[in-house]
Design a protein. Sequence first.
Length: 132
Amino acid sequence: MKVSFDFDSTLDRNDVQQFAKELIADEHEVWIITSRHSDESAKSKSWWWVLNQNKNLFDVANKCGIREEHIHFTNGVDKVNFIKGKGFAFHLDDDIDELILILDNSDPCVPLHVDHFEWKENCLEVLNKQSR
């Protein structure tokens, strides 16, 4: 199944990285969907520090086994605009506003909060329900 993770305060956490690796090992398609600006967008704005920040994101993605073509920078646009209609089972994030926008959408993607004490169990529950 196809799943997505925010990066900052989500996939930059070691426990979430370990979970992403487990999902990839189980042959799920793991994506990073971040509100960050892409390198191209940052260069056009002369925000050179963003390039260094994004290097860290790419390093984590590589460490987890997430393919570069499965990384999407929204450049500050709401994530739901990318998620809608793409077949994601869930999106894990720390931003309640982003999660509410996904929830209010008619898309079947389930928004999950990484700071919930059972975030991992909730992710697995979504995958189990959708695999039936």
